[in-house]
Ligand binder design. Structure first.
Ligand code: PLP
Length: 405
């Protein structure tokens, strides 16, 4: 057998690892990634200048329907700088959902501000506009033209919705509140890249929208991020802060403390190749979610996030909720059964009002986030997941249900 035959045999379709484990979510690098990265190496453009950086920015901006984009070193850096650009200052408060990955809350603290954690809604698991309104209308006062949280006396400056697991937040409701209470909206759309809100792609609605391209996201550059906006002034300020706030690039004069948050050309080259496949990735994720939903439909006590009639979710990680009263088994039972079958699964993030890292922050009416967190488990969701692999996952859930029936 020739070397090339052996090589091609080791690249069977599917997402399974060498030992047969089905991973939770791994990158899909079957496009022009090699070619574009090689172009960087061949041309010596490996660092943060080079043609792929602006190509990647233009490609993502036009895909999501935003006018401007600034690439960053990762998604957390994108969030940090977007908050600064939105005018968040030390001692301010920023409204966040209680159920999200920790990065956006950490970014608020990097800016010297404080998160206020508000509950998510029961159907779509996103920041609940009704509770946000209750907090703003009932817990805050206008003092000398500034909105202040009565219990902390801090200025409330921004709302940071996070589109968790691929489903957009109710953007019209959040943005209407933001206008009424004079708040900026910095959206974390990492997990909803390619999703639609009322027929329009996520990324064009909020003042500033952030993305991450870490290894397990919808597209990946290894590590990377982006800030997009419709506003040329916000875009310019973002680029300024991510590139060391350089006023004069010849004389090295810097107007303020900036950051080195740039993405490299090599990473952007991967990003360009991934963008070419993004539509296929999102279509596959939506198709896989539909297949999971129908394959699990007859199991009592197993449900998933419902897709709003105003949303097309990107279904980043397909996540089930186990109701032990009806399923006869708990979320940890399901996790154990899947592990025994070499299937990776993952609980959602600890709700942030319970996180030791954010112990000093306020939470408002968090009731739903805890119960979703207690019962939710994400199932393998790689774009490359084969039909056979999905059948293994589905069979493992059915077998557990049978064993307790
Ligand atoms: C992964 C993720 C981030 C963090 O992005 P990094 O690129 O890892 O810094 C931020 N927000 C959300 C919602 C994420 O899923």
């Amino acid at each position: 057998m020739s070397n090339t035959e052996v090589m091609s045999m080791s690249f069977e379709p599917g997402a399974a690892l060498a030992d047969g484990t089905i991973p939770l979510c791994v990158p899909h690098l079957n496009g022009n990634e090699w070619r574009y990265v090689k172009e960087c190496l061949d041309s010596n453009w490996v660092s943060s200048a080079g043609p792929f950086v602006s190509k990647f920015e233009e490609s993502l901006a036009s895909y999501v329907g935003a006018k401007y984009a600034v690439a960053t070193v990762n998604g957390t850096a994108a969030l940090h700088v977007a908050l600064l650009v939105a005018g968040v200052e030390p001692g301010d408060e920023v409204i966040l959902p209680a159920l999200t990955f920790i990065a956006p809350a950490n970014a608020v603290r990097y800016a010297g501000a404080w998160p206020v954690f508000i509950d998510v809604d029961r159907n779509h698991w996103q920041l609940d506009p009704e509770k946000v309104e209750q907090f703003l209308a009932q817990q805050c006062d206008w003092v000398d033209g500034e909105l202040r949280n009565r219990s902390t006396n801090r200025r409330v400056k921004a709302i940071l919705p996070v589109d968790i697991l691929g489903h957009p937040v109710d953007l019209d409701a959040i943005i209407t509140l933001a206008r009424r209470f004079e708040l900026a909206v910095v959206e974390d759309a990492t997990e909803s890249l390619g999703a639609k809100y009322k027929e329009k792609r996520v990324g064009q609605h909020s003042d500033l929208v952030c993305f991450s391209f870490n290894g397990n996201k919808i597209i990946t550059t290894g590590g990377g991020g982006m800030v997009v906006t419709q506003d040329p002034v916000l875009a310019e300020k973002t680029r300024y802060l991510t590139t060391q706030a350089k006023d004069n690039p010849i004389e090295y004069i810097h107007g303020e403390i900036g950051f080195n948050y740039r993405l490299t050309n090599v990473q952007a080259a991967m990003g360009c190749a991934q963008m070419e496949q993004l539509d296929d990735f999102v279509e596959t994720k939506r198709e896989n979610a539909r297949k999971y939903i129908s394959a699990l439909a007859d199991l009592p006590g197993i449900s998933t996030m419902s897709e709003a009639d105003w949303a097309n979710s990107a279904w980043w990680l397909f996540t089930v909720v186990v109701d032990p009263k009806h399923s006869g088994f708990s979320r940890p039972d399901l996790f154990g059964a899947l592990s025994r079958e070499k299937i990776q699964a993952r609980p959602l993030w600890q709700p942030l009002h319970k996180s030791p890292a954010h112990a000093g922050s306020e939470a408002f009416r968090v009731e739903v986030a805890d119960s979703i967190h207690e019962h939710a488990l994400s199932l393998p969701s790689s774009v490359g997941l084969s039909g056979e692999e999905m059948a293994r996952v589905v069979a493992a859930v059915h077998n557990l249900a049978k064993s307790v029936a």
